[in-house]
Design a protein around this ligand. Sequence first.
Ligand code: ADP
Ligand code: TRP
Length: 355
Amino acid sequence: MKEIVLSGIRATGQLHLGNYYGALSKFVRMQEEGIYDSNFFIADLHALTTHPDPKILHNNVKSILSEYLASGLDPEKSTIFVQSDVPEISELYLLLNMHVGIGELMRTASFKDKARKQLGIKTENDNDDNIEKEIIGTDSNKRVNAGLLTYPTLMAVDILIQHADHVPVGKDQEQHLELTRRFARRFNSVYGVEYFKEPANFNFGGAPVKVPGLDGSGKMGKSEGNCIYLLDDEKVLRKKVMRAVTDEGPKEPNSPMSEPIKNLFTLLELVSTPDKVKFFTDAYNDCSIRYGDLKKELAQDIINVTAPIRERIIDIQNNDEYLAKAVRMGAEKARARASKTLEDVRQIMGIKRFW
Ligand code: ADP
Ligand code: TRP
């Protein structure tokens, strides 16, 4: 029996280099190793917690699906599906929620973060007691939706319903995985069974990647507005890289790098050859570096990675038949295992039919 790999990305917009190096390229590598039962999906139900616009939801699903396929995920080798095509997930979500505490959900970092956004609270300085009061006290026009609170239950169900062993995700998803393990243990202990296994993140032995943004701080992220998208054309991409924040340049040999410069080097390490990285590191260390040259090379090397993917995305997006075939096959396979799990859980929980 092959070990089971499962991961997903929310359908909230186009994918950027952070998603590509933090998640998607790992998916492709795991698929290509050929030793795993690989499953990758598009989390459209999770997207509804923050992006409920019916006019764009389907297009978002379509663009992620095209980006999966264009990056090398192959429906013949992996199970590729859309979350909402597997209704068993929604039923198990209801059942598992009976064993999840609202307190533990309210303490989840991603919930507090997104709840702040839904309430329009900008700073993180606001202490958490205030946020709890705001959440409970709000009228129904300014509310934090319950789907957001139970986001970790739904993610745990995605994973547990497929009995996944490995869940390749970025570092920011660790807390959700920890909750998934806790819910699995709790279910097993409440019912005295050894039914669910405890999944773990997967990074090919290395540390999880964090792709930085071009604005000199933090990570590349959709809501940060600092992204290079796989779909950016050459002109847009060059412009973004040439505008990246830098500093005044090293004044003394071997000085430590400032955050924005470190970020440029982190990106260079991802897309360029070791020789080029060494060339610019040496130039930085002997103070001869010209950031303009570094950015030109960086832009070109990013283009070398993204341009062929971009071309394939555009092709695939126009091939509705291929898209439909891929996810129909995936839904069938994903549902087969999901319905077996759901049936087992119903039995374990004492839900029995009369017929
Ligand atoms: P975003 O932060 O842009 O909204 P998501 O939260 O939808 O992206 O992330 C989807 C996947 O991509 C997750 O596995 C996440 O860990 C990974 N990811 C997102 N941004 C980065 C980044 N800057 N570096 C590494 N991985 C990332
Ligand atoms: N929460 C994940 C993210 O924001 C997406 C996700 C939903 C997921 N369900 C999952 C990832 C199951 C891995 C496994 O990126």
